[in-house]
Design a protein around this ligand. Sequence first.
Ligand code: HSE
Length: 320
Amino acid sequence: MTLRTADLRGRAVAVKVPATSANLGPGFDTLGLSLALYDELRVSVRDEPGATVEVVGVGAGEVPTDESNLVVRAIAHTFESVGVALPGLDLVARNNIPHGRGLGSSGAAIVSGIMAAKGLLEGVAEFDAQALLALANDMEGHPDNVAPALFGGLTIAWVTPEGPRFKKLIVHRGVSPLVLVPEHVMSTALARSLQPQSVPHEDAVFNVSRSALLVAALIQSPELLHAATEDKLHQSYRASAMPETDRLITLLRSNGFAAVVSGAGPSILVLCSDPSQRLAAAELVAREAQTAWQPLMLAVDFKGATVTAVAADDVDTPAA
Ligand code: HSE
């Protein structure tokens, strides 16, 4: 494709993207919840070609800081999708979302880049919600983290021959997420490799019923969360790769808590039906865990990713 150039000199944007928990038990590759824990990014256009990346917080000294950086690749993918040449860029990322823990950090990086590109291309190219989701899904491969990261709340995402689609729902105000984050990581690719190619029909029916019920539980009837978070499609197949996650989820569930693997793990998401339940669940894990698990009592994020234009000379100071 021949790329046109656009005069973007002096432009700079600030982006904020929430963490997400995907699957929520039965809703494999479909349901996702946006959580109030954020990665922040500032991007400014510079005169020299290429990209510089400064990372503050999670991933500093670990993630690439050249053009192979996932955020830079997402910006480049978005520019390319509208046929505009990528200008030189300076990035400063302040990351709070833990990496490799099942909290949507790679989806957040992809969404950060796409939203930054959208902001930088204001007036040059327009992106509707469907286009943003398609760009993110191209890079992530499944839409259940990137949909809530983009749009907030609870999202149902599905894929059609024309591209991914989503429906955003507002979660019942009693629903109170607790995320328990271990020190060890889990690779999504490894978790996905443990999945069978086919499952028994009765297991598919089991998950259809629970995921339909889960939507009702999350938006209307939180007292059904325990029954609605049962799953037979992915968690048991992956349990051997994260034995302590599996053991603690079994313990939490037998004590009445709606606990599931967060995304591909190894973090645990507990969907409490009122805020006071969260402390009891966190205390149970602190008593019974053999390794350290960090409890995060997070609100549901209702807004999703945001991008705003900022002054270019503000770029070295990530938003607090
Ligand atoms: N649905 C995905 C999985 C989420 O469980 O593999 C993690 O990216």
